[in-house]
Design a protein around this ligand. Structure first.
Ligand SMILES: [Zn+2]
Ligand SMILES: [Zn+2]
Length: 270
């Protein structure tokens, strides 16, 4: 288990490993393009070389890529769905160029569609992303907090979307899970949650953890991150997670001013 956080790519991705090291990261996560939209900055051979050198120099074991926020595999607009497939595939290819281990994405939100239909189009979008893909970066779907019509807030739904595709994995976010109604704080609740995972996607599908405390309570269905130990999950929840997921890396997505402290806290718990 290695620990890190999401870091900024201001000035280019080649600056990310140094920034990560300064925050105490052993691994880190970043965007490779604006999360809000626009074309992706080119990753040429010079950038690839420099980035890989920086990874070594700053002692970063792995890096992970978060797909942009506008991805929506469940949109009623086929153009949006197609763009989502294209952009996530681009991120997987770009990740493979720089040696990133995973790309994770949110699934999006369904409107003007039944849940059943939304699951169907989401599943087909995910499969389209992987069609003919030969890269090395692996593909992770992120569990959501389940606000409004957001997809992928339960392990049952993630299982339905993944189907029997062995190349698609899951990133769990402690804040999202908790807000979606999975108690990871109490011993009993945590054991029940683990049983649900075992009976749906399976524990081995979980490749990465977004370690965020939650400003909102259990089942409140809102995505509001808080610093480790300062929220409704509390230190106990993170102790529970570390015990079961000792082989999985933890990435904090908390505010930059205190993320260094969050990383230190997780290292102590480990
Ligand atoms: Zn995310
Ligand atoms: Zn979140």
């Amino acid at each position: 288990m290695k620990i890190g956080c999401h870091v900024s790519i201001a000035g280019g991705i080649i600056n990310a490993p140094e920034r990560a090291a300064d925050l105490g990261c052993e691994v880190f996560q970043m965007f490779t393009r604006s999360p809000q939209g626009g074309p992706a900055p080119k990753i040429d051979n010079e950038i690839i070389k420099k980035f890989k050198e920086e990874m070594k120099k700053r002692k970063q074991a792995d890096c992970y890529i978060h797909a942009p926020y506008y991805i929506n595999f469940a949109s009623a607009n086929p153009k949006t769905r197609e763009a989502s497939v294209r952009v996530v595939r681009e991120e997987l290819e770009r990740g493979s160029l720089i040696g990133a281990k995973y790309v994770m994405t949110h699934l999006g939100s369904s409107k003007d569609m039944s849940r059943e239909e939304a699951i169907k189009v989401t599943a087909s979008g995910i499969r389209a992303v992987m069609m003919g893909y030969k890269g090395t970066t692996e593909f992770l779907l992120e569990i959501s907090a389940g606000a409004g019509n957001v997809m992928g807030d339960t392990f049952e739904e993630l299982e339905q979307v993944i189907g029997n595709d062995e190349r698609i994995y899951v990133c769990i976010d402690s804040a999202h899970m908790f807000a979606s109604g999975y108690d990871i704080k109490s011993k009993d609740g945590f054991n029940k949650t683990i049983d649900i995972i075992k009976n749906t996607i399976g524990l081995e599908k979980i490749k990465l953890i977004h370690a965020n405390d939650s400003k909102v309570g259990l089942g409140d269905r809102k995505d509001r991150h808080n610093h480790i130990g300062d929220g409704k999950i509390g230190i106990e929840g993170f102790k529970n997670l570390i015990k079961v997921f000792s082989q999985v890396d933890f990435i904090c997505e908390t505010k930059p001013d205190k993320v260094k402290k969050d990383i230190t806290k997780l290292k102590l718990l480990r």
